[in-house]
Ligand binder design. Structure first.
Ligand SMILES: *[C@@H]1O[C@H](CO)[C@@H](O)[C@H](O)[C@H]1NC(C)=O
Ligand SMILES: [Cu+2]
Length: 243
């Protein structure tokens, strides 16, 4: 089955297949572009990689976090992630649009957005889920809509969110192999946000990345080729206190 082939973790030796995977090259807020990190910069000598709002990570294969590693810090902002140097300026209530550089249409699954008060190390981040999308209808997923929208996906920063520095975690969980244990693929992408506005509500109930998901969750071991008409989202309940 062809859709498994691109996902075996052997992608480094099969460069033509890595084209299917992606990363967030940047975001727009009210039409203004702010760059994210490009994985190839991770190995640049200290101080020479372009400074962006994106967290740099060891995902040069444009790979993923497997469920066996959902209990490790890598689940926060991808492998061995290092804090971004810049910030995306955004007002509470603004829409933020994430630009993936590409995506494979076989890699269907949910797109989930979290925010955490800013911390400079991945393991210290405490996530609150602000939005999620999954199965749309039939076998159409939000990833299909993202591909059809020039590889973009949007979320709204809660309109009463207290001003301050945050990290946004924008994630696709690809489920094409997820009917098998350890077959789901998480592609988390983090960027720093500088939130302005007169909002009063700060997240207080965030959870560590290592507590977000378990490999046995119904939304992690899930057969997308069956007859399911709804999708059981993994992770915490939506945090709506600042909506
Ligand atoms: C699609 O996204 C790319 C960036 O990934 C951008 O350069 C291009 O202008 C976009 N195209 C349209 C039609 O919006
Ligand atoms: Cu793949």
């Amino acid at each position: 089955m062809r859709f498994y082939v691109a996902c075996l973790g052997l992608v480094a030796s099969l460069p033509q297949l890595t084209l299917a995977h992606g990363f967030v090259s940047g975001v727009t807020v009210n039409g203004k572009w702010t760059a994210g990190a490009d994985p190839v910069w991770y190995y640049y000598p200290e101080g020479t990689a372009p400074a962006t709002a994106g967290w740099d990570a060891l995902n040069q294969d444009i790979g993923f976090i497997e469920p066996a590693n959902f209990g490790t810090s890598d689940i926060n902002c991808h492998k061995s992630a290092k804090v971004g140097k810049n910030f995306v300026d955004v007002k509470a209530g603004d829409k933020i649009t994430f630009y993936w550089n590409t995506w494979a249409d076989s890699h269907k699954g949910p797109i989930i957005n979290y925010i955490a008060p800013y911390q400079s190390t991945a393991g210290a981040l405490k996530w609150s889920k602000i939005s999620q999308g999954g199965l749309v209808s039939g076998n159409t997923w939000v990833t299909d809509q993202m591909i059809a929208s020039n590889f973009t996906s949007s979320t709204t920063i809660p309109k009463n969110l207290k001003a301050g520095d945050y990290v946004v975690r924008h994630e696709i969980i690809a489920l094409h192999g997820a009917s098998n244990d350890n077959g789901a693929q998480a592609y988390p992408q983090c960027l720093n946000l500088r939130v302005s506005g007169s909002g009063k509500v700060a997240p207080t109930s965030g959870v560590a990345g290592t507590s977000l998901y378990k490999r046995s969750d119904a939304g992690i071991m899930f057969n997308i080729y069956g007859s399911a008409t709804s999708y059981p989202y993994p992770g915490p309940q939506l945090w709506t206190a600042a909506n």
